[in-house]
Ligand binder design. Sequence first.
Ligand SMILES: Cc1cc2nc3c(=O)[nH]c(=O)nc-3n(C[C@H](O)[C@H](O)[C@H](O)COP(=O)(O)OP(=O)(O)OC[C@H]3O[C@@H](n4cnc5c(N)ncnc54)[C@H](O)[C@@H]3O)c2cc1C
Length: 447
Amino acid sequence: MEMNSERESVDVLILGAGLTGLAVAERLMGKGLKVAVLEKEAYVGGLARSLDWRGFKADIGGHRLYFENRDLFAEIVALIGEDRLIKHARKSSAYRDGKFLKYPPQLRNSMASAVLLSKTLWDAAGLCGRKTLNPLSLKDWVLNNFGPTIHDAYFKQYTRKVWGLETDEMSAIWAQRRIGGLNAFQLIRELAVGARSKEAVSEFYYPRGGMGDLSVRLHDRIRTEVRVIREAELLSLGGDRDTLSLARFRSPSGEECLKFGKLVSTIPITALARALSSWRMEFKSLSEGVKYRDLLIAYVAVSRRPVFEEHWVYFPEERISFSRVCEFDNWCDGMAGGDGALLGCEIFCGRADRLWNSTDDEIAALAARSLQGLGFVTAEEIQAVRVLRVPYAYPLLYLGYEKALNPLLRACESVPNLRLAGRTGTHSYFDMEECLEDAKRVYRCLT
Ligand SMILES: Cc1cc2nc3c(=O)[nH]c(=O)nc-3n(C[C@H](O)[C@H](O)[C@H](O)COP(=O)(O)OP(=O)(O)OC[C@H]3O[C@@H](n4cnc5c(N)ncnc54)[C@H](O)[C@@H]3O)c2cc1C
């Protein structure tokens, strides 16, 4: 490989041009700092990008905007434009035993939901005084907070399918982050009077043209001042005994080096550790046991719309290949081009799994078979299928994951000019709002 000997120097180097990396770069603009971003892919946006395909537009799984931080939301509205944001009343279901059950369950709308919730109330009454004191696993947490009915209906199979683990092998932290401190009584109250928790929120916003619009606009805003180097994969990091100062990366023009004063990493923490191991050997073993869950998406173009009434539908049953299907034309009219529908069928797996290593045709056929087998579409209605592999889609918060992660986080924190940021970079279950808040936090540390 050709080595570019010219060593450009920047004040701040950001690894990764996903939402967090772009947001950090945007905050640093106008501060008199020379900033560069290294991005492995040819596109920006990471998990929050949209792809164009045959006149269709689709996200990496449905991405809804819902912000609790009003100031941050105002910034996003200003960035995207109020007229380009669609406000949706959430429509989502869980499909089980051949029936669509409103999700989150609603007391008023369905008999099945009402039965489920009355059983939950019964469980909750029986729970008083019978709780695990310090629930560490997802199973104990769900049993403590909601009881066995909700555990068996919503968590048991779905956890196995999405995470490849039983509920007693998953950390309670996942549920604490996602569902918060909600218990059965509060859940029922929320469902009767309208949801307030973030996970169950009943309204959300969506940018016309796909969620990727957010990243594209951030990129447009920074591109005059910040050098975003795409198709540039980080290879190694180096420096003196205590501080980092040099990044070596591979780009289409060969291997290059960039000097920097401060480094912000939003790339998978395991990839960062690999790059750091040439500087300090200890990083090599520190990333062992830090795991991500990967995602396959089969985008299915269908000649008829709508296929589903919902924005997205959960499929907890293991006999069905996908765990969730988003119908993008229900998110925004133009997403599916003409009169057809575009379905994003999400299949969760690990990179070592046979499924991940199957061919695109095999994965496409699997998703198409499930859709046809359930009677949602016919073979004639399927126009095309495109398969996308999304590595590092979710941090895998298995029971005890902190034992592997914390020493690595501490080692990173001990490097004075390195900051970790965002969902993938900190290995946290962050949504977009939390990523943008984290970008703000890191910006404050840098200036
Ligand atoms: C299926 C799915 C649905 C979601 N739905 C929602 C939702 O409805 N609402 C919500 O708020 N959030 C949602 N999220 C979460 C949201 O997508 C993330 O919080 C956010 O996009 C993470 O941004 P990030 O920049 O921290 O990480 P990433 O998007 O992972 O960015 C990391 C970047 O680093 C790059 N990179 C990786 N390795 C290297 C390397 N070696 N060298 C250089 N660059 C590298 C990657 O290509 C990527 O661009 C969802 C996520 C998924 C997976």
